[in-house]
Design a protein around this ligand. Sequence first.
Ligand SMILES: [Zn+2]
Length: 144
Amino acid sequence: MECALCKSDDDRAVHLVARSRQWRVVRVLDTPEHPAYWRVIWNDHAPEMTDLSPEERSALMQTVCKVEAVVRRELQPHKINLASLGNVVPHLHWHVLARWTDDPHFPQPIWGARQREASTAHLLRLEVALPQVDRAIQAELMNR
Ligand SMILES: [Zn+2]
């Protein structure tokens, strides 16, 4: 069975932000009501955190935390959601999501029950801000 995350770096549903030998960071484009959404993907096919060596796990989590820190600094969300599920694609990846208390699903996960309509003004502000957040993530991860 072919793994979608092994097959390609990038596709129409994501925008590649940064890449190293071990991992890559993409911004997710197919959740229009939650556009402040990045994934940190381990490049090698490994289903679980404990398939990595302690050093590799540390490198992955450092990357996740750097993305989180930049997103907090640039967007000041009310909350960050970090999640690693991999039930659909059993290839290690972390979701980094900026959340606002008035977003369509808060306090549920974005995959949970919808609570309210999205704010168009908020989505427009994010649309303008996100390219700069991507550049800041890239700068944070590549200047090591
Ligand atoms: Zn894979």
